[in-house]
Design a protein around this ligand. Structure first.
Ligand code: SF4
Length: 407
């Protein structure tokens, strides 16, 4: 087993912090405009209660088989903890200390584990960075989104390009193991030159990791309403594909590791250990409003509306709002869709374990044609995509035959 695979064995924890100082016009996450301190204190009280309630059994999901799986998972040694949102940097040091303290008391956290923390550039100060480092944060993920002031205004962000650059420089000086940057692409009229300049800024600044997000327009957001009135808010698909390929060109030429379709690491050591759990079906437990969990083929999710999630937890009711046990065919399809987005590809033995057909035999012709068009390659026990294959991973997965019961 490779050292990387060994590191991926432990389950992960995800904590959803639902507050933001303002709501971005494209955002469809479960977030609230943060207000008074007492509001976030009440949230932290409920989060601490949810964590303890999983250990005591009081807040387990209602389905008995799922509850048994969660009880077992709670005892496992976790090796990643991810604070996402929303904006985790919205919380005060005291609130974060309470959450960290509860996590350490309730869960076994492996000594070689990693803590991930999302922050917005406007919340970065050298003192704040020192506090997060002292708490144990190892990867700081900065929601930069763009290094162009015009684009930042369009996205409704609260920082300028200059402030983003200063935040990245300060974070890099604060001795985190990994400083990661989030960028959004696919804005209307986005200039390939400005996109290339953003990528070059990341290389020049010396950041360790990049996560890319394609701008999506969701109906209930401000952007969705503007689009419904006829405004153009996205780049045409062919221009988006150009930006995507340019990103892979620029970063691969600089020696970066394009380890997933939208994730790039300066070295393999800077890959996101946490996100790889999502792509490889390693169990994870989600806490907080809207958080999703995956374990033993079960997926379950918490109530997304923070006041309702908080009320359920305070009343001693499980915050799980829904759950499903995925059939083998759905697990196989997910393995294909997720694996074909990664540089490691799909482990064929794991895929075959979910199928009652001979996968390679059934798809031989298709795979040969994709191989000659440089979309995928068979390498030992894996089906590995090229960069062009990664870009159309969902289409490839949908075309593969996984038997009569395909999900
Ligand atoms: S900062 Fe992030 S989570 Fe918050 S509103 Fe903007 S996009 Fe959504």
């Amino acid at each position: 087993m490779s050292s990387e695979a060994a590191r991926l064995l432990g389950p992960g924890l995800y904590l959803h912090i639902p507050f933001c100082s303002a709501i971005c016009p494209y955002c469809d996450f479960a977030v609230r405009k943060g207000g008074a301190r007492r509001q976030s204190d009440a949230f932290v009280d409920a989060l601490v209660k949810e964590i303890r309630g999983l250990r005591s059994g009081e807040l387990l999901p209602e389905a008995p088989d799922l509850a048994a799986s969660v009880t077992e998972l709670v005892d496992a040694p976790f090796d990643t903890v991810y604070f996402g949102g929303g904006t985790p940097s919205f919380l005060t040091d005291d609130q974060l200390e309470r959450i960290f303290d509860t996590l350490f008391r309730v869960f076994q956290l492996r000594s070689d584990g990693r803590f991930f923390f999302e922050a917005n550039p406007e919340d970065i100060t050298p003192d704040q960075l020192r506090s997060w480092r002292r708490l144990g944060v190892s990867t700081l993920s900065l929601g930069v989104q763009s290094f162009d002031d015009r684009e930042l205004r369009f996205l409704g962000r609260r920082h300028s390009a200059k402030e983003a650059e200063i935040a990245v420089r300060d974070a890099l000086e604060a001795d985190f193991e990994t400083v990661s940057i989030d960028l959004i692409y696919g804005l209307p009229n986005q200039d390939p030159g400005s996109w290339q300049a953003a990528l070059e800024s990341i290389l020049e600044l010396g950041a360790d990791h990049l996560s890319l997000y394609e701008l999506e327009v969701h109906a209930k957001t401000d952007f969705g309403k503007r689009q419904a009135k006829g405004e153009t808010l996205q780049l045409p698909l062919d221009a988006q594909a150009d930006l995507f390929l340019r990103t892979h060109d620029v970063l691969s030429s600089a020696g970066w590791d394009a380890y997933e379709v939208s994730n790039f690491a300066r070295t393999p050591e800077h890959r996101s250990r946490h996100n790889q759990k999502y792509w490889h079906h390693i169990p994870y437990l989600g806490l907080g409003p809207s958080a999703h969990s995956f374990i033993d083929g079960w997926r379950f999710w918490n109530e997304p509306f923070e006041p309702r999630w908080r009320r359920w937890v305070s009343d001693g009711t499980s915050p799980a709002a829904g759950w499903e046990k995925l059939p083998a065919s759905a697990l196989a399809l997910e393995q294909l869709m997720l694996g074909l987005r990664t540089r490691e590809g799909v482990r064929l033995d794991r895929l075959q374990a979910h199928l009652d057909i001979d996968f390679l035999k059934r798809n031989q012709r298709l795979l040969e044609s994709w191989s000659s068009s440089e979309l995928v390659h068979l390498k030992e026990d894996r089906l590995v995509p090229t960069v062009s294959g990664m870009a159309v991973a969902d289409r490839l997965a949908a075309e593969l035959d996984i038997g009569n019961e395909s999900a």
